[in-house]
Design a protein around this ligand. Structure first.
Ligand SMILES: Cc1ncc(COP(=O)(O)O)c(C=O)c1O
Length: 384
């Protein structure tokens, strides 16, 4: 209940500190199953300084709007496109919803259908519900990539677009985006690539010599990409990214905001009032870390993920679901539920889903954390 008399600031902070003891923190090293991480220190400074900037009213914050545009363009460049259109949004969910919305509006069919892999993120369920678009699920191959033949078999006159995933939520698998792109071109359909996680990993992993297929705007069929700075980009939550190849996709979802203090503008995001500071942080981190800075982070985490996968294989009763493609390692056990419960009881921030436990080797995850986890896992697996 709201107190009649306001509490002292110190008291409020002390109560919060006490109450938040139930939260896991990233620096504890216990959060191994999240795609988020502690933001980069530069991002913290920017959020502190520019917390009041509102990109929902860009007439007031014209400087911030320009910086957002530049951030979108830098992300487009990272994804092999010279000039991109889109926004820094609240996350991968909003980005995916916006792509489906643009495809639906441009297709103009009565009973819209979207074809997507069975491995797709649940944000598409929200998109389907909100937008009245039927989801048509395509089967997976044995290696957990989408079966392109099945995608083709499911194309109908109602299809508004195809989704491919570059870094699946569960396993970090990258679909055969070149084949999906060819298919999309053959059928005159737009292809959306959900690289919410992979967008800030794959370009650097490829530069490091890892074999990951093409996944970006280099492929002509790709019309939009989700790329989340608040995952491997180390930006503060919320910071997602939606990049479109052409302006017409943005125009298809633009809504006129007529009464703003800064004057009339078009908004292509779901949210109205939205944090400028986070977009500024994305811009600043891209400038500060540069390609080489991100490459170094990805190098370390890809190597750690491979080492961890090798160690997991040595534990009796534990098996890898598949060799890691990115910095995500997922493993199973005959006694998965008991294993999950025992690991959680020891304070590990993990969860089992679709028959496996997923470890995301994020920037806050260090080798000593994984060593401790492996010790716990070995002990628990022996007892089960
Ligand atoms: C592939 C993929 N797409 C979309 C999302 C949704 O992102 P957010 O939680 O930022 O909305 C996730 C989140 O894990 C994801 O892994």
């Amino acid at each position: 209940m709201i107190p009649a008399e306001g509490m002292d600031e110190k008291e409020v902070l002390a109560e919060l500190e006490e109450r938040l003891k139930d939260d896991l923190s990233f620096d504890s090293g216990k959060i191994l199953g999240s795609m988020c991480t502690y933001p980069h220190p530069l991002a913290l400074k920017i959020v502190m300084r520019y917390i009041d900037r509102n990109l929902g009213d860009p007439g007031l914050h014209a400087g911030s709007r320009k910086i957002e545009e530049e951030a979108v363009n830098m992300l487009a460049n990272l994804l092999s496109l010279e000039r991109g259109y889109g926004n820094i949004v609240s996350g991968g969910t909003e980005a995916n919803i916006l792509a489906v919305r643009a495809f639906r509006n441009l297709a103009g069919v009565e009973n819209p259908e979207l074809i997507l892999p069975e491995s797709a993120h649940f944000s598409f369920l929200k998109a389907s519900d909100l937008l009245g678009v039927k989801l048509v699920w395509a089967e997976l191959n044995d290696d957990y990539t989408v079966n392109v033949r099945d995608v083709e078999a499911k194309i109908t006159d109602n299809t508004i677009g195809i989704v491919g995933i570059a870094g699946t939520t569960g396993l970090g698998v990258v679909d055969d985006i070149p084949a999906l792109s060819d298919l999309a071109i053959d059928y005159g359909l737009p292809l959306h690539v959900d690289a919410a996680f992979g967008g800030f990993v794959i370009p650097f992993a490829r530069a490091l010599g890892y074999e990951v297929p093409d996944f970006d705007f280099r492929l002509r069929g790709v019309k939009s990409i989700t790329i989340d700075p608040h995952k491997m980009g180390m930006a503060p939550i919320p910071a997602g990214g939606i990049i479109f190849r052409e302006k017409r996709f943005v125009e298809a979802i633009n809504v006129l905001a007529p009464y703003l203090a800064g004057g009339q503008v078009w908004q292509a995001t779901i949210t109205g009032t939205r944090p400028g500071a986070n977009a500024l942080a994305v811009w600043a981190l891209l400038k500060h870390l540069g390609f080489e800075g991100y490459k170094e982070i990805v190098r370390e985490k890809m190597e750690l993920a491979r080492w961890f996968a090798g160690e997991l294989k040595k534990i009796p009763g534990i098996y890898l679901i598949r060799e890691p493609v990115l910095n995500i390692v997922s493993f199973g056990s005959e006694k998965l539920e008991e294993l999950e419960e025992a690991l959680k009881a020891r304070g590990w921030g993990i969860s089992a889903h679709r028959g496996y436990i997923r470890i995301v080797v994020m920037p806050h995850v260090k080798r000593e954390h994984l060593e401790e986890f492996l010790r716990d896992l070995g002990e628990i697996a022996k007892r089960l």
